[in-house]
Write a protein that binds this ligand. Structure first.
Ligand code: SF4
Length: 357
């Protein structure tokens, strides 16, 4: 079976030509597909063609399994069900500059960051390009609103699923596809260094976001195992290469964990580290501060808002730009991966119950 949502329009036209169908039928089909319309409802395609396509193409569009809507600001947290019954999360947020969807790139995650619920249970599989694109299509169909910004910051490490992520990036920015501008897309990585060099060479004009979270190797390795393979120096060298190759701004994510990396001395050390690494490049340096989500299984504690603001002020005084991330949907937007975890728990309890009966 062929996954046409992972193909561009030219490839779908080739497929239709091989089936003896004219190019305009392929264009009609792609138009429906990008709206998330099932084959049976593609009413301007002849019934005989739809029946034939049903034997050739596969449907990988995620389906809404559960959704939580914030009563504070309308943020929507989706739990999507995939074709093989696996589940992933996406978060739909409304900002003044447009609607943003935070998407997942893998089912689970192999990277093992200590503060993250998505990695508990490891990685199950990569997401297909169509399943990344499909999160946007399904959220647009469900909300009836256009999504103009995408952040790849949900479940999974995008650079661990490099080829599929690159195909997704080509499709999402395609003028004949969803046509979302690359400047409205950011990709967040925990630091898979060789793939940062590869991504720079692909030259997508997206924003790269680095999950840094500590300014010395000992502290970073204790919360992010990836740092034992590629340490901070190797990561920042790759970031400098990325900036020099693409000219695109890099944003550094720093999760504040009480008693672990959130002191004033930590702020000064972070500022020094970034300024030294990017010395002579002229790169604008931005740090996004995030107060950690408390996840029962990880035992991480959240510090105060005042402490986070103080941390940001120190960075700003050192000449960097720093913001404390505003938390949209605080009543529904629990830590990334938690909704999936609770679904997995409920399913296994239901299974146990059936086995006991
Ligand atoms: S923070 Fe990102 S890379 Fe790290 S475990 Fe979670 S999903 Fe994976």
């Amino acid at each position: 079976m062929i996954d046409t949502l992972s193909m561009n329009t030219a490839q779908v036209k080739e497929l239709f030509a091989s089936l003896g169908e004219p190019a305009f039928r392929a264009t009609q089909y792609v138009g429906w597909q990008l709206k998330g319309v099932p084959l049976s409802e593609m009413t301007n395609l002849p019934k005989s063609l739809r029946e034939r396509l049903a034997t050739v193409v596969t449907d990988t569009l995620p389906r809404v399994e559960r959704k939580l809507v914030s009563s504070i600001d309308g943020t929507v947290k989706y739990l999507f069900r995939l074709y093989d019954a696996e589940v992933i999360e996406s978060v739909f947020m409304r900002y003044k500059h447009g609607n943003t969807l935070c998407i997942s790139c893998e089912v689970g995650c192999p990277m093992g960051c200590r503060f993250c619920a998505s990695t508990l249970g490891g990685k199950v599989r990569d997401l297909l390009p169509s399943e990344m694109l499909g999160q946007i299509i399904a959220a647009e169909r469900d909300s009836g609103e256009r999504i103009s910004n995408v952040v790849m910051m949900g479940i999974g490490e995008p650079l661990d699923n490099f080829d599929n992520v690159c195909t997704f990036l080509r499709l999402v920015g395609d003028p004949e596809g969803l046509n979302i501008g690359y400047r409205h897309i950011s990709l967040s990585t925990c630091g898979v260094v060789p793939r940062i060099y590869d991504l720079a060479k692909e030259a997508f004009p997206i924003t790269l976001s680095i999950s840094l979270h500590a300014s010395d190797d000992e502290a970073r390795s204790s919360i992010m195992p990836v740092n034992r393979k590629w340490n901070i120096q190797a990561l920042l060298d790759a970031c400098v290469f990325y900036y020099k190759t693409t000219g695109r701004r890099i944003s550094f994510e720093y999760t504040l964990i009480a008693g672990k990396n959130d002191t004033e001395a930590d702020a000064r050390a972070l500022g020094r580290l970034l300024k030294d690494a990017f010395r002579d490049t002229g790169a604008p340096l931005h740090v996004n501060l995030i107060r950690v989500n408390e996840v029962v299984e990880t035992g991480m504690r959240q510090g105060t808002v005042e402490g986070a603001n103080r941390f940001a002020d120190i960075l700003c005084h050192m000449g960097l730009s720093a913001t404390v991330r505003r938390r949209l949907g605080s009543d529904v937007n629990a830590a990334c991966g938690q909704l999936r975890r609770s679904e997995i728990r409920e399913r296994s309890q239901a299974k146990e119950k059936v086995e006991h009966e």
